[in-house]
Design a protein around this ligand. Structure first.
Ligand code: NAP
Length: 302
């Protein structure tokens, strides 16, 4: 029996763990991929207070080590359901059943797919959702980035350092991402903008060879030859397994009030919950709130 089981070892989950462990309670973190979550894919973080600059990998690893040093147990298992008993909760993974007194769901988000033909076929064969992980395979090649948010802009900046040419394909004329990133891009000579455009086909035989891009005004498709397409069009929650347990909004985000959910003793933290601002700093803040609330719940109930 653990005191708290945390679903997801991203920034929010690991931050919760630190708060719970420092209250003298035990923690099991269950993670289906790797520790650190989305921030691992950020090449540079410059907006986290009191840290001038750090890579996403270094940030995540430091946080992970901090949680481990306080005594966090981490298992790499996919959670398939959670049962909410009156005195104990059961978290069921593909391999095991774990008991605990309180649960914190910090399951984050997963990458949104374009939803067009061949996307799955070419994933890992030219189509990628992580420029930091896969960008180096495209050194000296032409690539494209889909999206207009901070991730797309940061990906394009990174790729422009070693790719011959980088196309940015975005469905609107303006970027959603920060001005500072868009301005940095204007200083790179190997960037080409395809704004107000839609990706309408992914072409190739064994691997991606070209992308058909259609202007939203002219409706005329234009094929660009690229070896890689980095899709950075945001994320979506992955909360279906919790739908019978607690309240979700129409987009699948967990509805919460100060990190408390509609289920007694089950708390939530980070990007998986409905909130306006999804940033590293707010994930850490959620982690602290959910961790403290889970401890207060246990102290009252047990
Ligand atoms: P995002 O801000 O949600 O942007 C997603 C982009 O993809 C938008 O430009 C959107 O277009 C476009 N898009 C969405 N669905 C699409 C579709 N079906 N087809 C084509 N385009 C589509 O996502 P993000 O860039 O991954 O960022 C997520 C969060 O992380 C944000 O809060 C961001 O600020 C943060 N982040 C911060 C940094 C940093 O350095 N500060 C770096 C990375 C991420 P529209 O603009 O038309 O909606």
């Amino acid at each position: 029996m653990y005191d708290v089981i945390i679903v997801g070892a991203g920034t929010a989950g690991l931050s919760s763990a630190i708060y719970v462990l420092r209250s003298g309670k035990s923690v099991l973190l269950l993670e289906k991929n790797y520790y650190g979550g989305q921030i691992v894919n950020a090449s540079e973080i410059e907006n986290y207070p009191a840290i001038k600059k750090i890579s996403g990998y270094d940030f995540a690893t430091t946080l992970y080590e901090q949680a481990k040093n306080f005594g966090a147990v981490i298992e790499y298992e996919k959670v398939v359901s959670v049962e909410n008993g009156v005195y104990e909760k059961t978290v069921i993974t593909e391999k095991n059943r774990y008991k605990c007194k309180s649960v914190i769901i910090a399951s984050g988000l997963q990458k949104r797919r374009l939803g067009i033909e061949n996307e799955e076929k070419f994933t890992g064969r030219g189509v990628s959702y992580c420029a930091v992980c896969d960008g180096a395979f495209y050194k000296g090649k032409n690539v494209a980035v889909a999206g207009g948010g901070n991730t797309a802009l940061a990906d394009a900046l990174l790729l422009s350092e070693y790719c011959s040419k980088v196309y940015i394909i975005h469905r609107r004329k303006e970027f959603r991402g920060e001005k500072i990133l868009a301005e940095k891009l204007t200083k790179r000579e190997n960037i080409s903008y395809m704004l107000n455009c839609t990706i309408t086909a992914l072409n190739g035989s064994e691997r991606l060879e070209s992308v058909s891009v259609t202007s939203n005004d002219s409706r005329i498709p234009n094929d660009i030859e690229v070896s890689g397409l980095f899709i950075a069009i945001g994320q979506v929650p992955d909360n279906e397994i919790f739908s019978g347990l607690l309240e979700l909004d129409e987009n699948g985000y967990i509805i919460s009030k100060d990190c408390s959910t509609s289920a007694d003793g089950i708390f939530t933290a980070g990007d998986c919950r409905q909130k306006d601002i999804k940033q590293l700093a707010t994930a850490v803040s959620d982690g602290a709130t959910a961790g403290i609330k889970a401890c207060e719940y246990i102290n009252k109930k047990h």
